[in-house]
Design a protein around this ligand. Structure first.
Ligand code: C2E
Ligand code: CA
Ligand code: CA
Length: 638
């Protein structure tokens, strides 16, 4: 309506020229024809040297020639140089201004014939006329053309033309109002365009790139790697135990966790790299421009994987919950592992599964042997189920020693899986999968049963020395959080004939203690009242917050093996161990050091006041029979 009215204003110009504003699909936004006596530079086709690229000469069916100026409307890009008329940015439409050349030429010819037919004086008048034309028409039209160009580039500014001619002034006024209209519709178009792009290429929940954009970015990264003679890495990330969080805390909490994770992920990559969400709790990170050499590329991408682990280390505070997320990460490298995007994703995925199988919260590089592991994983799950039915599990026991008595004060029960072919599997090969599939519940119940039965048997036979206090079992968070857990435990204790629940210690990891719901607190206090003891396993590896130490009345801490390993060499580990022992003393907690292998470590720990020890240096995990023989029937000093 308004635009059309403005365009009508151009009508008064004699004869034919037209201006059209086209949308992206070339349908006209507005069109008007008007005559303009303007000399044309005789350019045709596209960019001639020194000429605006967007003039072209058109010949229509009636033989009429039109000079047309077509300029793309670009999304507001960098400052464009109108003099160079560079085409930059992405086109979202175009603006066209056309002049009827034949009519214009006829006019010129008529004028010239007139001019030639007269005397020198008339020539002078002719010259005056031409000069006048230049002044009146060409210069202002040029300004308009530049303005049209600017308008097309989105740098719309009113055209300011200082000529007396009323026609030109009106023309420029119409132009200005058209440009305003165009600016408005351009803004609409841009918003619309942006929405479309957002929907097509970005994940709705996290705002990260989606699969479609990821594919583009992978292709770009691959091209760049081959051009720059560099490597690129594809990291496949999968949140550990996300299903657990979703099931126990609800989907909206799950969504918020995903958002938080996405934010932290985004913060730990360089610009130019990509983080995308594949869906669910799976993310992909693409690292560009790594060193060419495979070894360096491995080191560089490994560092990023470690950094990702670090940024996730502190728990997320969502409503009243503290949730910790860890990733299992698989890494594939181009060109080392392949140069095809699809293939790299598959390889990184396979490597991610192997990271899960190795106990989660770690990263693994793809190796060709991993190719078939997807299948392995599936069979492992059904094998595990069958193993439960066939009773293929066994408990091993590792002694725990006291500094004073130098006697065995307890044993940690560690599960083993002995398959019918005689192969013996360690928990790291199957616990993660059992947790993921929920099989940990029946498996954990089996462990509890077996541990209580064995302990009550030892007690009944009177072979437990007085210092031998407990059997410790490992309890997974899923178990601990499962409904009715406390009652089930008490039932099992009663059934096994265990004289008192104090003979049982539960080792809980720090993330187990991060949940403070009423049910969890109830579970804890019920068991605690019954006499069950609690120790924090792998202490120091899970959380930055120690809040839970106050919430849960615990009995002991187990200093994680990773601190013990280098405690005599690494001043950092030294400091951590001192701090843990001092803190535990203050809280009245018993401290036990895990993974003690060498005399040097024992001396160091003793000198810092650690009172209990467990590790290969004192005794490896052995079957119940062997444990009985070695530590109970013929107790030997550690
Ligand atoms: P954890 O609870 O930290 O158990 C200690 C692990 O360290 C055991 O590995 C033990 O064999 C090993 N270890 C003990 N002393 C030393 C040492 O001096 N040096 C070294 N390098 N290692 C030592 P294992 O038996 O393979 O168990 C691995 C993990 O599997 C356990 O770590 C625990 O988290 C889990 N796990 C074991 N049994 C069960 C179970 O019945 N239920 C659940 N939920 N998890 C279990
Ligand atoms: Ca343990
Ligand atoms: Ca441990």
């Amino acid at each position: 309506g308004e635009l059309e009215r403005q365009l009508q204003g151009l009508r008064f110009l004699p004869e034919v020229a037209d201006a059209a504003f086209l949308q992206r699909d070339a349908s006209p936004l507005a069109e008007v024809r008007f005559r303009q006596d303007m000399p044309m530079q005789d350019t045709s086709g596209s960019a001639g040297e020194g000429h605006p690229a967007w003039w072209r000469l058109l010949l229509d069916r009636t033989g009429q020639q039109t000079a047309e100026c077509l300029a793309p409307i670009r999304r507001k890009a960098e400052e464009a140089d109108p003099a160079l008329l560079r085409d930059e940015g992405e086109s979202i439409g175009s603006v066209r201004i056309g002049l009827n050349v034949s009519a214009f030429r006829q006019d010129m010819a008529r004028s010239l014939r007139l001019a030639l037919g007269t005397s020198l004086a008339i020539v002078a008048v002719g010259m005056w006329f031409t000069l006048g034309m230049t002044r009146r028409i060409i210069a202002p039209m040029r300004s308009l053309a530049v303005a049209a160009r600017k308008m097309a580039l989105g740098q719309i500014r009113p055209v300011d033309i200082h000529f007396d001619d009323a026609e030109i002034r009106e023309l420029s006024e119409s132009f200005n109002s058209m440009s305003e209209r165009l600016a408005a519709s351009r803004a609409d178009m841009e918003t619309y365009h942006e929405t479309l792009v957002q929907m097509a290429y970005y994940d709705e929940l996290t705002g990260l790139a989606n699969r479609a954009l990821l594919r583009d970015h992978i292709d770009l990264a691959l091209a760049q790697a081959s051009r720059h003679q560099s490597s690129m890495a594809l990291l496949f990330l999968d949140l550990d135990r996300f299903k657990n969080i979703n099931d126990s805390l609800g989907h909206s909490m799950g969504d918020r966790l995903l958002k938080g994770v996405a934010e932290r992920l985004r913060a730990c990559i360089r610009c130019g790299d990509t983080v995308a969400r594949m869906g669910g709790d799976e993310f992909v990170v693409v690292l560009n421009d790594l060193s060419r050499g495979a070894e360096q590329a491995v080191a560089e991408s490994g560092r990023v994987a470690e950094k990702i682990g670090q940024v996730l280390a502190s728990p997320f505070r969502i409503q009243d919950h503290e949730i910790t997320a860890t990733f299992s990460i698989g890494i594939a490298l181009c060109p080392r592992d392949g140069e095809n995007g699809e293939e790299l994703i598959k390889q990184a995925d396979a490597a991610m599964y192997s990271a899960k199988a190795l106990g989660r919260n770690n990263y693994q590089f793809y190796t060709p042997e991993m190719g078939s592991q997807g299948i392995h994983r599936l069979t492992l799950e059904s094998d595990l189920r069958r193993a439960l039915e066939r009773d293929e599990f066994e408990l091993y026991f590792q002694p725990q020693f006291s500094r004073y008595s130098r006697r065995v004060v307890g044993a940690e029960a560690l599960i083993r899986w002995r398959q019918r072919d005689g192969s013996l599997h360690c928990p790291k090969e199957f616990i993660a999968l059992a947790e993921e599939t929920g099989l940990i519940l029946p498996l954990g119940e089996w462990v509890l049963n077996a541990a209580c039965t064995i302990k009550s048997d030892w007690s009944a036979r009177g072979i437990c020395p007085p210092e031998f206090e407990h059997i410790a079992i490992n309890v997974s968070p899923q178990q601990f959080w499962s409904p009715n857990f406390a009652n089930k435990v008490l039932e099992i204790i009663a059934k096994s004939g265990l004289d008192h629940a104090g003979g049982l210690e539960m080792e809980l990891t720090e993330n187990c203690l991060m949940r403070h719901t009423d049910e969890v607190m109830d579970t804890f206090s019920t068991l605690k009242e019954a006499g069950v003891r609690f120790a924090v396993d792998d202490f120091g590896t899970g959380y930055s917050s120690l809040h839970y130490l106050k919430k849960f009345p615990l009995d002991g801490l187990k200093i994680d093996q990773s601190f013990v390993r280098d405690c005599t060499k690494d001043p950092g580990d030294d400091a951590i161990i001192r701090a843990i022992i001092a803190m535990a003393d203050g809280l009245g907690l018993k401290v036990i050091a895990e993974g003690v292998e060498r005399q040097g470590q024992v001396d160091f720990l003793l000198s810092h006041g650690c009172k209990y020890f467990q590790g290969f240096g004192f005794g490896v995990p052995v079957s119940a029979k062997v444990f009985e023989q070695t530590y109970l029937l013929q107790p030997s000093p550690g």
